[in-house]
Design a protein around this ligand. Structure first.
Ligand code: PEP
Ligand code: MG
Length: 548
């Protein structure tokens, strides 16, 4: 076992992705791109290493079984069953014999289990059966856990986290963050990512501090015991000394005071000094966040990212389950608008249970509306669920990643079909307006065509920035290019607003730029009349609007 913990503080500098300061125990999430510490072993080590490998399998299988039992109590038999499959995978005789063969050929067991796991995962991924294909990630996960155990890191799956911790990882996909038990993540520190990566968005909606894009220096934190995270300034201190801990405590107090000062803005209607109304709304990732968003003063929901409903689980939610989620948010907000965005899977968001192709450039790939139009078995139940839930409040639909008007027309046709089908089934249907996200330069440039067929636009600056500046939103090296105030981006937003004004429709912004007090004056000046953001940013945004 590697000795854990050095007392020397190490400072990691990255991008402040979610405000807040916290000090807590470190949890190194080593799954995913785990690298073996040693590639090879000597002839004399073979028997000992084989023994260590068998012990590691048992240790991992036991931990997985414990998680299974705990989940059975807290969440039920169905959720727990996922872990039965993981235990089986850990003890799979073919996996073991594959690894043992490599170890006898003098490969280190950690390198061998990662290599065999990858071979297996590729086999699964290539299967026609959707369910089996989705098991590829499970195999990678289990193989990584065995490798981590062999390297003394003892990293377990995120779902097994039992102590509230700061999670350190190379990267965290939405499917990773969705697996963290509620309340167990105190903060995130990741090597990769930018302010608009989904890990940052998730951190903001979970209301925990995050520093992303610290780069390769993250490795210096792999033996950390405690980590302090400042998600506002964008740095973390590994193994902080007592002075640093005291400084963080003072920071927490100061932030609490700042929040208290913003209290008076929470529940006011946002207006400029001239009395112009700017709606300040919340971005939601799940129906459970609705009440919290209201308590921060949300005047509506400008973006309900529905893909997270699909990610929190192994199988796809049914139409009725989706209906329940949309109804819950619609009812919570009453007459206030709730914009439900249809599935935006692809890019960095995988969907368990859906056969997504391996792509060279996922952000330029089969994403958002492109996928929905080609998978009516996913798209139609979602549209039906939204239409049905529309009876219970003021729901609107919004389509993501639209690049040409034909996509919008096809989506609207399918929506009309769903409406007709529901009516002929005797179901009640709500008057749901249709809007479009402006997040590709093509949509901004051709906004006039889209405006003829849409009731509103919502600018997704996160994607609009990455596509306009050709700068992957997850690439920390390009952080200087991740700017919604770049002249090219502002020009596209300005032109979109101008076109919308001529067509008589309104424009909102639901990308992260909407919650940045420095950008709000510019967005409002360009003609944006709705700003949607992670809920804790709402009071500050209302204050910024009131000062215009
Ligand atoms: C955006 O691209 O700005 C947006 C709001 O959508 P997402 O971040 O989910 O891609
Ligand atoms: Mg987007």
């Amino acid at each position: 076992m590697e000795e854990k913990g050095t007392s020397k503080p190490v400072r990691l500098v990255g991008v402040g992705a979610s405000e807040g300061a916290v000090v807590g125990p470190a949890f190194v999430y080593a799954a995913g791109k785990l690298e073996p510490e040693r590639e090879s072993i000597s002839e004399g080590e073979v028997e000992d290493e084989l023994e260590r490998f068998r012990e590691a399998i048992e240790a991992v299988a036991e931990k997985l079984s414990e998680t299974r039992d705990r989940l059975e109590e807290s969440a039920g038999e169905e959720e727990a069953a996922i872990f039965d499959a993981h235990v089986e995978l850990a003890r799979d005789p073919e996996l073991s014999s594959g690894v043992e063969g490599h170890v006898r050929d003098l490969m280190s067991p950690e390198a061998a289990v990662l290599a065999v796991g990858e071979e297996y995962a590729a086999l699964f991924a290539g299967m026609d059966d959707e369910y089996m294909a989705a098991r590829a990630d499970d195999v990678r996960d289990v193989a990584s856990q065995i490798a981590a155990e062999l390297m003394g890191r003892g990293a377990e799956g995120l779902e097994a986290l039992e102590i509230p911790s700061v999670i350190l990882a190379r990267s965290l996909a939405p499917s990773d963050t969705a697996r963290i038990p509620r309340g167990m993540a105190l903060g995130f520190v990741t090597a990769e990512g930018s302010k608009t990566s989904h890990v940052s968005i998730m951190a903001r909606s979970m209301e925990i501090p995050a520093v992303v894009g610290v780069g390769a220096h993250l490795q210096e934190a792999f033996d950390a015991e405690t980590v302090a995270v400042d998600g506002g300034e964008g740095y973390a201190v590994v193994n902080p000394d007592t002075d640093t801990v005291a400084k963080f405590e003072r920071k927490q107090e100061a932030m609490a005071e700042e929040q208290a000062a913003l209290e008076e803005f929470k529940h006011v209607e946002a207006r400029t000094r001239d009395g112009d109304r700017v709606e300040v709304s919340a971005n939601l990732g799940s129906a459970d966040e609705a009440e919290d968003a209201l308590s921060w003063g949300a005047e509506g929901v400008g973006l309900f990212r529905t893909e997270f409903l699909f990610m929190e689980r192994e199988e796809l939610p049914s139409e009725d389950e989706q209906y329940e989620a949309y109804r819950k948010v619609a009812e919570a907000f009453g007459e206030r608008p709730v914009i439900v965005r249809t599935l935006d899977v692809g890019g960095d968001k995988d969907l368990p249970g859906v056969d997504q192709p391996e792509e060279e450039n996922p952000f330029l790939g089969w994403r958002g509306i492109r996928m929905s139009l080609e998978t009516p078995e996913l798209f139609k139940p979602q549209l039906r669920a939204i239409l049905r839930a529309g009876v219970n409040g003021n729901l609107k639909i919004m389509f993501p990643m639209v690049a040409e008007v034909e996509e919008l027309r096809k989506a609207r046709e399918i929506l009309d079909q769903c409406r007709e089908e529901l009516r002929s089934e005797g179901a009640e249907v709500g008057p749901v307006e249709v809007g479009v996200m402006i997040e590709t330069p093509a949509a901004a440039i051709c906004a006039a065509d889209l405006a003829r067929e849409a009731a509103f636009f919502s600018v997704g600056t996160n994607d609009l920035v990455q596509y306009t500046l050709a700068a992957d939103r997850g690439n920390e090296r390009l952080r200087n290019l991740h700017r919604a105030d770049h002249p090219a981006v502002l020009k596209l937003i300005g032109e979109t607003c101008e076109t919308a004004r001529e067509a008589g429709i309104w424009v909102g912004v639901c990308g992260e730029a909407a919650g940045e007090p420095d950008l709000i004056p510019k967005l409002v000046e360009l003609g944006v009349t709705e700003l949607s953001m992670s809920a804790p940013s709402i009071p500050q945004a209302k204050k910024a609007v009131s000062e215009l």
